[in-house]
Design a protein around this ligand. Structure first.
Ligand code: ADP
Ligand code: MG
Length: 161
């Protein structure tokens, strides 16, 4: 898939099979860089499912992704407000929605945000930390990325094909 090609293009590909591609980053900057490269490939309408424990690098990846989309505002974790909206200046891409669902109690809280409509709109990019909280609402064509803490500076990043 086009989005797993990122790992080759940034010189990161470590492991590959038909189902997924895996890499290891050794600094937060490398993880940001992957996010930044990723952003350049987005066409609109993508939903990113970012799995991984606290501290595994999901928000760090999003910082790079936001930069790649031309967002100058610093990306902070939306943990306490669930969703942050960033308006984009692009002709095609209009909004980035960054969600952190760690604290939601049920799927209806995400429905109340209008998430389903946001995910269907081809002008939007929707990136979701803790998508396991709303497994039933996630579209089947989502892009799934798994983050794993290996040690202080190392993270494994796996992108499903
Ligand atoms: P999450 O959103 O998954 O909870 P964050 O991205 O907020 O995680 O936090 C990851 C932390 O780990 C940050 O403080 C970041 O600087 C640090 N870090 C160290 N090495 C890496 C790496 N290789 N990739 C991503 N983050 C890293
Ligand atoms: Mg986070």
């Amino acid at each position: 898939m086009w989005y797993t090609a990122i790992l080759e293009e940034t010189g990161h590909l470590a492991l590959e099979n038909r189902k997924m591609k895996t890499t290891i980053t050794t600094s937060f900057k490398e993880t940001q860089k992957i996010g930044e490269e990723f952003a350049k490939k987005l066409k609109g309408g993508e939903v990113l499912a970012l799995y991984g424990d606290l501290g595994s690098g999901k928000t760090t990846f999003m910082q790079g992704l936001a930069k790649g989309l031309g967002i100058e505002r610093n990306i902070i974790s939306p943990t306490f407000i669930i969703m942050r909206t960033y308006h984009l200046k692009g002709e095609v891409l209009k909004n980035l929605y960054h969600l952190d669902l760690y604290r939601i109690e049920n799927e209806s809280q995400a429905v109340e945000l209008g998430l389903e409509e946001l995910m269907e709109d081809s002008e939007n990019i929707v990136a979701i930390e803790w998508p396991e909280k709303i497994e039933n609402l996630m579209p089947s064509n989502k892009i799934t990325i798994y983050f794993t803490y290996l040690n202080d500076d190392k993270r494994e990043i796996r992108i499903d094909n």
